[in-house]
Write a protein that binds this ligand. Structure first.
Ligand code: B12
Length: 336
């Protein structure tokens, strides 16, 4: 669609900033930040347009936008705005990236540069909680902020960075669970924020699937099946299990959300798995009894019931209560 607004003429997010520069509204759209926030950053931290202009409407040049983009990323990563502004102003953004590869490298630099800032962040200094996160670390706050602003790219990158540095299990327990619980709490208290849950869930799934995609040369000859119980939509823990297993070179097949019991039985028949893990958060009457027939199938799989939705389980089906437990039991069952 054509527009008479010169800002819209810029088009793609990665398009270069045109010579006369961008208006505050155009920069706001490009970075996904409110115009009022940009004005505050200009007033408080001097992160405004640097080009001299005689007119009243000053325009942001390419370097100004790169600096603001860095500011936005640092804030999304959990830095206090004043610290982020100091870092943005002292960073050389002249080689600011416009292609994906450079952007990725840039992100890693930024993230590493942030570590000392995080160490300094305590109490109200780190402020700006967007959801109730009483004991949140800066990275938890950063991911929560990115989720609340529906910035799926930032969410995925934050999760990926954490996985790369600390691994899947640490990231799940220390970054993802606190933010997911906080977002869930927000929904419970206000009835709002389903869109935040969706953006966060998609980003988490994507980052965790990235770990699985890198797996080559799996050590298990028989498959491991991971499925949600019938009508269960909370599939994220399955992706966490699958990614944590991939780190140990165990390949798993995620059957995903809402797997009817008959479909699960058919999948077991077709693939002959060594382990079947069935996840339930919400729980449905009679679901646990259905599991009883699975260990009798041939070749016999180890059957694990995971999550808080199960009630009393049939004999011989252990209840798995956390990610570490899930990974340990599956690793043991496949002999790793
Ligand atoms: C993301 C999310 C969604 C997404 C799911 C997307 C996806 N692909 O997974 C969507 C938007 C689809 C969704 C839908 C719904 N959701 Co929802 N959702 C969540 C949220 C925010 C995270 C879910 C999650 O991944 N949890 C995993 C971890 C973070 O859960 P946890 O409680 O910390 O974990 C405990 C254990 O499970 C265990 N654990 C933690 N990690 C792991 C890993 C493994 C492998 C194991 C074995 C154990 C384990 O340790 C913890 C301590 O016990 C939760 C909030 C929350 N507290 O979890 C709500 C939450 C689970 N949802 C809830 C509800 C009510 C719903 C809906 C019914 C809402 C509606 N009216 O439509 C629907 C439908 C659900 C259905 N039929 O399945 C409630 C459930 C309340 C209850 N117990 O009954 C929660 C708790 C929100 C709340 N605070 O009220 N949801």
């Amino acid at each position: 669609m054509m527009s008479s607004d010169p800002a819209n003429a810029v088009g793609e997010d990665t398009a270069p900033v045109p010579a006369p520069g961008l208006t505050v509204a155009a920069v706001a759209r490009r970075l996904g930040v409110a115009p009022a926030t940009l004005r505050t950053w200009d007033r408080r931290y001097g992160l405004g347009p640097t080009e001299h202009s005689a007119g009243t409407h000053r325009r942001y040049g390419a370097l100004d936008v790169a600096r603001l983009d860095l500011m936005r990323r640092l804030v999304n990563a959990g830095a206090a705005p004043a610290d982020a502004a100091r870092a943005a102003l002292r960073t050389d953004v002249t080689s600011s990236a416009t292609n994906a590869a450079e952007l990725a490298a840039f992100d890693t630099t930024v993230d590493t540069a942030l570590e000392p800032l995080f160490d300094d962040l305590t109490g109200p200094h780190g402020g700006g909680h967007v959801i109730a996160l009483p004991t949140a670390t800066p990275s938890v706050r950063g991911l929560a902020r990115a989720a609340m602003s529906l910035d799926s790219t930032a969410c995925t990158q934050l999760v990926r960075n954490s996985i790369d540095r600390r691994g899947v299990v640490w990231t799940w327990d220390n970054l993802l669970v606190p933010v997911l619980v906080g977002v869930g709490q927000q929904w419970q208290n206000t009835g709002q924020g389903v869109e935040v849950e969706h953006v966060l869930s998609e980003s988490v799934t994507s980052a965790l699937s990235g770990v699985v995609a890198r797996l080559s040369g799996a050590v298990n000859p028989r498959p491991v099946l991971l499925a949600c119980a019938d009508e269960e939509m909370h599939s994220l823990p399955l992706f966490a299990v699958s990614a944590a297993l991939a780190e140990r070179r165990i390949a798993a097949r995620v059957l995903g959300a809402r797997v009817p019991h008959d479909a699960l039985v058919a999948s077991i028949r077709r693939t002959g798995p060594s382990v079947v893990l069935v996840w339930s958060y919400i729980g449905r009457p009679g679901a646990a009894e259905l599991l009883a027939e699975l260990p009798a199938m041939r070749p016999a799989p180890v059957v694990l019931a995971a999550g808080p939705g199960w009630g009393e389980l049939p004999p011989g089906i252990p209840h798995v209560t956390d990610l570490v437990d899930a990974v340990a039991r599956i690793s043991h069952a496949v002999g790793v």
